[in-house]
Design a binder for this molecule. Sequence first.
Ligand SMILES: [Zn+2]
Length: 273
Amino acid sequence: MRLYVLDLGRMHMDRSLIVAKWRLASSSDPTPPAQFVEFPVPGFYIDHPDGGILFDTGCHPDCMGPDGRWPHEFQEHFPYSGGAENSVVAQLARIDVAPEQVRTIVLSHLHNDHSGGLEFFPNARVVVHADELSACLLAYARGDRDGPYIWDDTDHWVKLGLDFQPVERAAPDFELQTGVRVLNFGPGHAAGMLGLHLSLRGSGDLIIASDTIYCAENYGPPARAAGVLVDSVGYLATVERIRKLAKQTGAQVWFGHDGAQFRQLRKAPESYN
Ligand SMILES: [Zn+2]
């Protein structure tokens, strides 16, 4: 088993969405400036003897611009910057993996920057949290184009008839393939979050936390909530669950969008094994 880190480009957004209440106004500083910060968008590919597994798929390459997938206002608040080389298909090509070779996709959740490349893998089984899939499909059915579920992306998945394999709310964590466990985190940052716990022969245990923990500042201790969340109790419980699991197993924790941590990771075509 070999793990590849994919560089799927960069995004920007207001820092208060990454760490809620990171800076508060006061009587002596009543209008502190906001900060628009850059962060990386990662994806992960596991070359596995029982079939390739892709964890998260980044943004759709045509998300930006006047005819982009993302609504204009959304582009303003969450601009994506990445070249053709940062699409998930191009990143996989660097390691000679064609989309047809990806047997399984695990999606941490269905926000714009994690599911945008899903449609390029029409033959893969797609493991996603049932509550997340429901929330996304409800937004689609209602024609909701304001949130982080991109209507045009969902429309493509529906029309492709993708093989969704939802993980139910009460389902325990499970071994997807030898050495690869799916962690059922439940609600927090989004309606239903999934992570991975990998046991690598050389690099040891690793928890891919995705957006249950955006960055080291959220992990603490103490844990600090993100500004984007649907369940604050679930969010903080998940962070503590990850902390405990990491301690028990000696696992490293890889965050969802931590620039400093991401810079230090080996990127494809280099790998971890
Ligand atoms: Zn994200």
